[in-house]
Design a protein around this ligand. Structure first.
Ligand code: GLA
Length: 404
């Protein structure tokens, strides 16, 4: 049986190497949306939990809101057999990955998995180094639609070469797959990964706090505001099919408050970031569910132009961001990073935004816009009048502007 498997693998490898190798195009034309196990469960993954999460994505309305990929992060794998095939933890995944992928697919969702370019994963499980085609082939057999590919234990490996290698092997294995690069921005993947993958992490790991740095001794993880600041200068690298990834959402994780959740989610939407939830969907509060499924905020994130927002102003912890949208629309987000409320007086006419990258100019002296507050659902009048309001601490005022 194993010999036959190896024979099939060898034949398909020979055949596949004649295929022109590049990433699968036409995938992730808008930022990928889904759920990943890491932020809440770390290594505590199992087939029961993943199935329950797939059920919860459907029951909570998240699938209908656009969440699509159910991704198992690290720790599903425990070794390799004598032929080098990856071994799935039989205690935690007794039915095997194919059965689990089938279950996820039966819910009209897509299935994702995790591996690493190095010899081991970050949690010390077997990595894909030296087994790239074998793993890609295995994922294709299982029907895996999304691969997150990490960067631990890579020693002197070249990042671009390592990621290109896996991208080619995925392509050769033949099953369309979103390829998510996770080398933390170390070698500036935004400069070279557009042809290789569909999204790339721009930073180290996110931490479930609004504004803090968590020191782990040899490495640090970052609060939402720290990660936000690290996106400076990257907007021109993102677009349909290739996204900057400021890491997965911490909405509903840890001690983030309702307004912090809202601000975090709004900013990830503005950044055209992948929206990969990381909370326990089986028992989230209604407030968290409402944040994650807000259709207007998601529409800003999923806008077909795929343009990341421009940070227009930053003044004493109050930031103003503009995101050009389709059909002449704009999303505008005022972010109050302070713990105290701030007064906002924004005279639209006095703020002409020339977005050279997007080749769009916002000038309310020439075009009047009507405004919708995406969090209250209310109309807020038009840009003819100065916007005067107060923004609570660590919260946002996020608007969609339509040409009148
Ligand atoms: C790295 C990644 C995380 C997660 C863990 C798993 O730290 O950046 O997102 O995948 O590895 O071990």
């Amino acid at each position: 049986m194993r010999t036959i498997k190896l024979l099939v693998l060898t034949i398909s490898l020979l055949f596949a190497s004649t295929v022109f190798a590049q990433k699968f195009e036409e995938l992730a034309l808008t930022p990928p949306m889904g759920w990943n196990s890491w932020n809440t469960f770390a290594c505590n993954v199992s087939e029961d939990m993943i199935k329950e999460m797939a059920d919860a994505i459907v029951e909570s309305g998240m699938r209908d809101a656009g969440y699509e990929y159910v991704v198992i992060d690290d720790c599903w794998q425990i070794g390799r057999d004598s032929l080098g095939f990856i071994i799935v933890d039989p205690e935690r995944f007794p039915s095997g990955m194919k059965a689990l992928a089938d279950y996820v697919h039966s819910k009209d969702l897509k299935f994702g998995i995790y591996s690493c370019a190095g010899i081991k994963t970050c949690a010390g499980r077997p990595g894909s180094r030296g087994h790239e085609y074998q793993d890609a082939y295995t994922y294709a057999q299982w029907g895996v639609d999304y691969l997150k590919y990490d960067w631990c234990f890579t020693e002197d490996q070249n990042a671009k070469a390592s990621y290109r290698l896996m991208s080619e092997k995925l392509r050769e294995a033949g099953h369309p797959i979103v390829f998510s690069l996770c080398e933390w921005g170390t070698y500036k993947p935004w400069e070279w990964a557009k042809e290789i993958g569909h999204l790339w992490r721009t930073t180290g790991d996110i931490y479930a706090c609004f504004d803090c740095v968590e020191d782990h001794g040899t490495w640090k993880s970052w609060g939402t505001m720290q990660i936000l600041d690290m996106q400076d200068g990257l907007r021109e690298y993102a677009g349909p099919g290739h996204w900057n990834d400021p890491d997965m959402l911490e909405v509903g994780v840890g001690s983030l408050t309702d307004n912090e959740n809202r601000a975090h989610f709004s900013m990830w939407a503005m950044l055209a970031a992948p929206l990969i939830a990381g909370n326990d969907l089986r028992n989230m509060t209604e407030e968290v569910r409402k944040v994650l499924t807000n259709a207007d905020v998601i529409s800003v994130n999923q806008d077909a132009l795929g343009i990341q927002a421009l940070k227009y102003k930053a003044d004493n912890g109050l930031e103003t961001w503009f995101k050009p949208l389709e059909n002449g629309k704009w999303a505008v987000c005022f972010l109050n990073r302070n713990t105290e409320p701030v007064k906002l007086n924004f005279d639209w006419a006095a703020n002409i935004v020339n977005d050279e990258f997007a080749k769009r100019i916002f000038d309310s002296n020439k075009t009047t816009y009507t405004m919708k507050n995406v969090w209250t659902g209310k109309k807020e009048g038009s840009t003819k009048k100065t916007l005067s309001t107060e923004i609570p601490g660590r919260d946002v005022l996020m608007l969609i502007l339509n040409e009148d």
